[in-house]
Design a protein around this ligand. Sequence first.
Ligand code: FAD
Length: 405
Amino acid sequence: MTKTWDAIIVGGGAAGLFCAGVAGQLGKKVLVLDHAQVLGEKIRISGGGRCNFTNLHSGSANFLSLNQHFVKSALARYPASEFIKLVTSHGIDYHEKHQGQLFCDDSAKQIIEMLFSECTKGKVTIRHPVSVASIMRDDSDWAVHANTGVEKSKAVIMATGGLPVPAIGATAYSLDIAKQFGLTVIDPRPALVPLSFTANTFGNLNDLAGLSVPVRIAAGSKGHRYGACRFIEDLLLTHKGLSGPAVLQASSYWEEGEPIHIDWLGAIERPGGFNCDELFNNEENRLKLTETILASVLPQRLAKVFAEQKNLMGRKWAEVSKKDRQALKELITNWSVKPAGTLGWKKAEVMVGGVDTKELDGQTMMSRKHPGLFFIGECVDVTGHLGGHNFQWAWASGFACAQAL
Ligand SMILES: Cc1cc2nc3c(=O)[nH]c(=O)nc-3n(C[C@H](O)[C@H](O)[C@H](O)COP(=O)(O)OP(=O)(O)OC[C@H]3O[C@@H](n4cnc5c(N)ncnc54)[C@H](O)[C@@H]3O)c2cc1C
């Protein structure tokens, strides 16, 4: 038995390391335990190696949770602007890419180094690789049994993240601990993940692998776990199915057996929006071929595939019946397709589900039933949209917890 800590954090990833640094600098004695050989691996591989570390517009509308209000308090107390101040104070250069997404100019490793440096400032003790065998309530303290011995603490913070990318050490340990203490866990599933399709869904759309098209995409519905969504983003056709930001966003809302809806013209920007009828009823198009008309608003390869699908290749527009025009319009503006599944935990960026927010105090992230037991980061039923919101949640939930220790 060693000394008694103020807090033991299980999981030294984004949320765990950040929380440790803040708590340590508030004067708390903090121990971080992680089973990985190398810490911060998810940060290292994030944002294509440049870490999309926050989003200027991060707010509750950017999160999926059974309780959409849960994130509000933590985000208000530690908004993106605070993390940007920290990044700036460490001399890390960054840039905005798209819709408020902030990336390091150089490397995600700078964020990892920054988190370690903040931990050093807070005199945090970090031990890894350490295997945690069990966590028990022990009178007024908590006892964490690890292969390195038993550690006692006033608080235990579960920060082992989500299930994506098992190859770099993802586990369900925080969810297991939540269940051990009788907390409700919302069934986890892969999110921000490419969708797969059966071979015959596309027909010759398989020829389109590699094509990226801006679209309007919709998934989910009012009765679903996280409701419905609509995004305007780029869709990427791949050999395995659909990917790209549009599909990753939609995948978080998608439920098995349900279709997703794609408007291939919905991302065209025009004052007052794009109206397909304008294109189809334009007298000047009468003598043009169907695929030529479609190619004026869609990539040529895609235009050809749509014309082929409706047997309209090589047909002059004047010869296309009203019924066929309507069917073509439906195909292009409301392409409804049922994915066979997702590419799973290996390819997912995050998980939806996790420790039910109704079990936690939104000001502190502490269990309502078990004072001293906290859950932060991705293990909570809070999942951000693509674009830096997931790290913003890791920082904000870690900060809220650190303040409460
Ligand atoms: C490929 C990829 C790219 C991403 N890009 C971005 C991005 O650009 N922007 C963004 O906002 N989000 C991104 N994310 C999501 C983001 O990485 C996570 O949401 C975030 O890391 C969650 O932080 P966390 O601290 O909760 O979990 P993690 O950062 O995953 O940390 C969990 C830690 O717990 C440890 N651990 C796990 N199980 C145990 C156990 N049983 N015992 C002890 N330790 C354990 C792990 O080793 C790890 O160190 C990306 C994810 C992936 C997979």
